[in-house]
Unconditional design. Structure first.
Length: 389
């Protein structure tokens, strides 16, 4: 089988890339051919480079406008071609002759807002699947964009979403049902590769002794998505001044300088630790009591599942998978919305119930073991094989 994976992420890496890269790697291991279409970042993430080392073919797209000679060539050729046979910047996909194309949309509207991608999708006879990730709850869709969604989804062999909330959100935004839609899970970044066997109480990761509360927030330092700035403002409020806590921030990104300055502005620098990117989740959860997820826009996040795997409770905004996996007062605290004051209220509720955190974490671990697809890579690859036939 020949598979083409097209990713639209506007950064070298993000949580949205976890499933497709692992699936592409497994496809290569099984002897399938793989093409990867990705932006031409000056330095690709090591997890992307692993695919090249494993034998994948790569097509690098310009992050900005195609080069002038390409634009002129396309314009000249299309002036001579009838409708339905237009040249696009993505004809390398047709030339590769894949059995299936997998579009991995870091957001959700990247294809429907691109004239060139739309022409390709309308013309192609190659079966394709679309995976949607971080959808905005404040869309700006006109009639043309909505009709483009209908066309794109109607031709797709499968429309995949990371949560029921995201699926329902897009149905509302395009005023239509979505055909062949299903929910996908992600492989988790935990030791052992495919964890998730049912857990007994004795097997639960130990809960740290609680003297000074260690809060963790994990993710790219991009505040417009992950909302780290919300926490710094909340922790500067009077009620937090005499409480014993530390905020551990894990991750790197474009907003690190801003967040460091914001911590200084709010006078919380001594109690906020920037750890940078960290891969060892077992070490993180040996040291932390609870995960905070004040996301403004998020498809998951995967870190919610990973915290639950290590038997830690979660305080999360009403976003992504969190309404499905955070059972209020049982596995953590779910905010009523995605606003600052919504999260402030949820954080206060969690603080007032610290004595239950270990039990919430244990409940979350058992809930995850029962609900999560720990074989997500093979589940997706089996689906791709099926729809490619």
């Amino acid at each position: 089988m020949r598979l083409a994976f097209v990713t639209t992420i506007g950064a070298p890496w993000g949580g949205s890339e976890t499933l497709w890269t692992a699936t592409a790697k497994e496809a290569l291991r099984q002897g399938h051919d793989v093409l990867v279409s990705i932006f031409d970042w000056p330095q690709q993430d090591p997890r992307i480079e692993e695919l090249k080392a494993a034998g994948a073919t790569f097509e690098y797209r310009r992050r900005f406008f195609p080069a002038l000679p390409q634009r002129l060539r396309k314009k000249a050729l299309n002036s001579l071609r009838p409708q339905g046979k237009k040249v696009t910047y993505h004809d390398y996909l047709t030339e590769y002759r894949p059995d299936l194309i997998y579009f991995n949309l870091a957001g959700g509207d990247e294809l429907v807002r691109s004239d060139d991608w739309l022409v390709f999708i309308e013309q192609t006879k190659i079966p394709y699947v679309v995976a949607y990730h971080s959808l905005s709850d404040r869309p700006q869709f006109d009639a043309t964009t909505i009709r483009n969604y209908w066309m794109q989804m109607g031709k797709a062999k499968a429309n995949l979403f990371t949560s029921r909330l995201q699926l329902d959100l897009l149905k509302h935004q395009i005023a239509a049902d979505i055909p062949v839609a299903s929910i996908i899970h992600h492989p988790l970044n935990v030791a052992g590769g495919t964890p998730g066997t049912p857990t007994t109480g004795n097997a639960l990761p130990a809960f740290p002794v609680m003297d000074t509360v260690q809060f963790a927030i994990i993710g790219s330092l991009v505040c417009r998505w992950k909302g780290q700035d919300i926490l710094l403002k909340l922790f500067s409020e009077p009620q937090w001044q005499h409480r014993k806590w530390v905020l551990n921030i894990y991750g790197d990104g474009e907003d690190r300088f801003y967040l460091e300055q914001l911590a200084a502005r709010y006078g919380v620098t001594r109690r906020v630790v920037f750890h940078g990117h960290a891969n060892d989740l077992a070490r993180i959860w040996d040291a932390n009591h609870i995960l905070l997820v004040p996301s403004r826009q998020d498809s998951g996040p995967i870190v919610c599942y990973e915290a639950m795997y290590f038997a830690r409770p979660v305080v999360g905004s009403y976003m992504g998978v969190m309404p499905e996996f955070i059972r209020d007062g049982d596995t953590g605290v779910l905010a009523k919305g995605i606003g600052e004051r919504d999260f402030a209220e949820a954080l206060e509720t969690a603080w007032d119930n610290r004595q239950y955190w270990a039990a919430w974490g244990a409940n979350g671990k058992r809930w995850l073991d029962a609900q999560y697809d720990f074989n997500a890579v093979n589940t997706l690859l089996d689906l791709l094989k099926k729809v490619a036939q």
